[in-house]
Design a protein around this ligand. Sequence first.
Ligand code: CTP
Length: 407
Amino acid sequence: MKYIKDKNIVIGISGGIAAYKSAELLRLIQKQDANVRVVMTHNAGYFVGPLTFEALSGKPVYTNTFEKGGNTEIRHIQWAEETDAVIVAPATANIIGKIANGIADDALSTFLLAVTCPVLICPSMNTNMYEKISVQRNIEILKKDGYFIVEPASGELACGTSGQGRLPEPEEILDRLIYCLSPKDFKGKKILVTAGPTREHIDPVRYISNPSSGKMGYAIARAAEHRGADVTLVSGPVNLEPPVNITMVNTVSAKDMAKAVFDNMENCDIIIKTAAVSDYRPKEAAKQKIKKGMDEISLVLQKNEDILFELGKNKKNRVLIGFAAETENLEKNAKDKLARKNLDIIVGNLVGERSDEEDDEKSPVFGMDTNKVVFFFRNGDTEHLPLMEKDMVAHALLDRIADLDKG
Ligand code: CTP
């Protein structure tokens, strides 16, 4: 991920049962090409030994304030100077109390006093402990002091009870880390994103749809949220976790999607239409399941409203972005749509299996984590991007939108 690549991240582990999840968090952060080191409390070592984290991080684990590194470095000071962000996960009531009150009596609390970078605190404990007035008071102090709190999830706890207090999944903690390290260049902007397919029901158990996974639109919504935008995501039926901290509107048919877009477009600065909207719907959906009978039956289809075309007619000073997945004549088709729908940028790509060498621009884009796209701009400029993770395509698109604003 663009904004945490090559960053120095420290995971601070205190003595809670969820310490085992920190091993997976470490691996996830490493996969983003960031450097990870670990600072542990003595009690954390009862749950997962320092050796585990030393082996995973490939670096010494800092557990003792009074030990010296190879070159007589003072670790809590030197590491603090080199660190771009700290994640305390799990954060027990004890370490939360220490940080809130400036206490430094072990490696982790001393290190945390020395750092000046963003610190994410991930509380994890039994629900009664979490809800205790003193713990809540300390968490409020941390928020006021500028710490970033990743709220614990609700669910079954290791102590056999159920309630709020679970350490969020490592993916969510990583997402919040990326949020903390991303520039907030879209702060104050309201962005509407559409994603996924639509379903046009033929009868209650059958529909016309397409294989859009929604991954591109979700990646854009996530990237925009990371960069400070106020994001609404209008989504067709997909199998994806909703991004954190955005407004979700779930839809099924093109008609639902149109309504959701028109209801939410007011005050939007930017609208990005990634959704693969069905152009037609059955003229009349059967109320009951259609039974097998004749050898041949026909389906009469009726055109759906073109949502983006309607938005383009009433564009005002909104930025409008479309997507065009084509099987042939990408440039011509995409440029036609850009003009017809009054867009600022259209993101084009060729889809389908490659059948010969001339097809080497094609990628089976549906459902993949990567995409090879071309940006066509309103002023006639064209930019070819290499095959990239959809997250990176999302950021590249947001970068170009930010440039439009400057220009
Ligand atoms: N779009 C839309 N409403 C529709 C159809 C498409 O808002 N009813 C939007 C899509 O979200 C996308 C862009 O228009 O951003 C281009 O979609 P596409 O299906 O490629 O274009 P169409 O205009 O439907 O043209 P065709 O199907 O003939 O290629």
